[in-house]
Design a protein. Structure first.
Length: 89
């Protein structure tokens, strides 16, 4: 995965999380968005050395005790995208 594809995936995940946060009144998701913002800065600066999103879906599940929400799939996908980017670079 190249840099621009990863940045696009980060933006999509951020938009999805923001949508869930606003529609379902889950303010704690601001922490996940902040994680994605920090990740995006590292990617832009070519400073990404490891995957800071390791366990990202679990973070949501533990926050809300909800393991079946579709957001966990989105979080899993962005975690895998970061792994793919790191593997390619």
């Amino acid at each position: 995965m190249n840099k621009f594809d990863l940045l696009s995936e980060i933006d999509k995940a951020t938009a999805y999380i923001d949508n869930v946060m606003n529609n379902e009144k889950k303010g704690g998701l601001k922490d996940l968005i902040a994680d994605l913002d920090r990740l995006k800065l590292k990617v832009v600066d070519d400073d990404l050395l490891n995957n800071p999103l390791r366990g990202f879906p679990r973070k949501y599940a533990e926050m809300y005790n909800d393991y079946l929400h579709p957001i966990t799939g989105v979080l899993n996908n962005i975690e895998k995208s970061v792994d793919s980017y790191l593997g390619a670079n």
